[in-house]
Design a protein around this ligand. Structure first.
Ligand SMILES: Cc1cc2nc3c(=O)[nH]c(=O)nc-3n(C[C@H](O)[C@H](O)[C@H](O)COP(=O)(O)OP(=O)(O)OC[C@H]3O[C@@H](n4cnc5c(N)ncnc54)[C@H](O)[C@@H]3O)c2cc1C
Length: 470
């Protein structure tokens, strides 16, 4: 998700007032800091001693849950379908520096448990400066500051009036609202850029799919966004140390009774006292895992109703930078909404002539369908539209198509038309005394982020330990 400017404004306003009310403070996290795990992965004693738990999925949610349980003395097995850990945190070093195919930013460093984890893991944050943006139009012209201010003022007004316009109709989308309140915005390149940056890129979905009633639900952490210079996956490696993680184990079905859980993979059936399932919402939607008995009705409703979006992130390397080296972000207000409107500039971060270009909304679907030759041609066209003859064809292109990935099925969850925040709450409740769901799609406050995943893993692990006491 790119850090968006409207959100930035809210952050500045909120930062001072919200810090004391945050659910996780640095101090709270320090108090929970992890006891050293023994070589076998478990301390001698703890509230989980004697419990056997299977965690499905080795992303941020799964590994956080596994660490918490292992530290409490439980015997934990993590089953992961891929041949790597991390899930939607996927760092690629093939271009010579760490680039991120999945999560890129720690969104809001202040009080964010992922920020604390990064400090604990010894990772180096590069802070995104909200002033370091440069937006271009076709032909390389830059809109005046007042034009950008005006368009964000218009967006703020739309945001404030959206719920009123929707008038309680859950089928009302953000596109419907904008069509009523400011249809001209949909025709202007600068308007479309702002809409991409604020909504379509942020939620990973076209305006027509985002709920006008609930798009604004959720919380944010204050402070700057940050990129981890060594790569986001350093956090996963840190968490995974000492855990029993079994790769290449695609879970096909889960049977849960009053006393135990059995989990079926191609490698055989494993049984445990509890199971925490952290597979993405896209996998739950696909029905790739059969639950016996089925998940409770409110969870089935939530899985169907919540949206699971699409973001086409492409990282492109060149022999040398032909764009300005200082800005952290380059925006493109082109004619087609979502067509590589946001680019992360890796010059200031890694001194590398690399751009991570993000396509979103309807255009993300087009990019996902392009083969490499078509993608290279499209990127070259966009960059030539901005930088003219100075633009060069890419030397190398790297991407991961999340929408075609069977272990993800898309980018991240959002409140689609017809869904409501209660759907996130339903997914956070125990599916049964032996079965829990976790993952970003089970956190109503911060859904769609790495910190949502981390917090959901904590919540599920605590529920397993609390259930034992009950
Ligand atoms: C392109 C993109 C950009 C993003 N940008 C940001 C960002 O900048 N900042 C941010 O905070 N968040 C961002 N996110 C969201 C963030 O990556 C996710 O919210 C978070 O990583 C989800 O963690 P998770 O543990 O819930 O799920 P995952 O990381 O998806 O982990 C679930 C695991 O389950 C495994 N699995 C699936 N099916 C099975 C099965 N049948 N059996 C066994 N294992 C299975 C998967 O392989 C995966 O490893 C981005 C996501 C994408 C895709």
């Amino acid at each position: 998700m790119p850090p968006d400017l409207l959100r930035r404004r809210f952050l500045i306003l909120l930062a001072a007032s919200s810090l004391s009310a945050l659910p996780f403070s640095r101090q709270a996290l320090a108090q929970q800091s992890r006891p050293a795990r023994t070589a076998s992965g478990a301390p001698v004693d703890g509230p989980g001693k004697g419990l056997k738990v299977i965690v499905v999925g080795a992303g941020m949610a799964g590994l956080t849950a596994a660490v918490r349980l292992a530290e409490a003395g439980a015997e934990v097995i993590v089953l992961e379908a891929r041949d790597r850990i991390g899930g939607r945190i996927f760092t690629d070093r093939s271009l010579g520096v760490p680039v991120e195919h999945g999560a890129n930013f720690i969104h809001g460093f202040n009080g964010n448990p992922v920020a604390d984890l990064s400090t604990e893991a010894g990772a180096t944050p590069f802070f995104i400066d909200e002033e370091q943006w440069q937006v271009f139009e076709r032909g390389g012209t830059e809109p005046e500051d007042f034009e950008i201010d005006d368009v964000f003022d218009d967006l703020e007004r739309i945001g404030e009036k959206a719920v009123e316009e929707a008038d309680g109709d859950p089928k009302f989308s953000l596109l419907d609202v904008i069509d009523i309140l400011d249809p001209a915005m949909l025709q202007e390149p600068i308007g479309n850029w702002a809409l991409t940056d604020t909504y379509e890129g942020e939620f990973g979905a076209p305006l027509a799919q985002i709920s006008a009633l609930h798009f604004d639900a959720g919380e944010i952490f204050g402070g700057p966004d940050a990129v981890l210079k060594e790569g986001y996956d350093t956090l996963l490696d840190y968490l995974a140390d000492g855990l029993d993680i079994r790769l290449g184990q695609t879970v096909r079905s889960i049977r849960h009774t009053a006393d135990s859980v059995s989990v079926d993979t191609a490698g055989g059936v494993l049984t445990a006292d509890h199971c925490i399932v952290t597979v993405p919402l896209g996998v739950l939607k696909s029905g790739a895992i059969a639950f016996d008995p089925p998940l409770p009705q409110p969870q089935q409703k939530a899985i169907a109703a919540l949206g699971f979006g699409r973001l086409a992130k492409v990282t492109v390397a060149f022999d040398e930078a032909f764009w300005p080296r200082e800005p952290h972000f380059i925006g493109y207000a082109g004619e087609t909404r979502g067509r590589f409107a946001d680019m992360l500039n890796l010059m200031p971060i890694h001194d590398a002539p690399i751009l991570t270009m993000v396509a979103s909304g309807d255009y993300a679907e087009r990019v996902d369908a392009m083969d490499e030759a078509a993608l290279r041609a499209d990127i070259t066209t966009v960059l030539a539209e901005i930088f003219g003859e100075a633009a060069r064809p890419p030397k190398a292109v790297a991407r991961h198509v999340w929408s075609r990935d069977p272990h993800a099925g898309g980018a991240y969850s959002f409140l689609a038309v017809g869904s409501e925040p209660a759907d996130y709450h339903a997914l956070a409740k125990p599916a049964s005394p032996r079965l829990h769901l976790a993952g970003e799609h089970t956190n109503a406050d911060y859904y769609g982020t790495v910190h949502a995943a981390l917090l959901s893993g904590e919540r599920a692990a605590e529920a397993v330990l609390a259930g034992r006491k009950g």
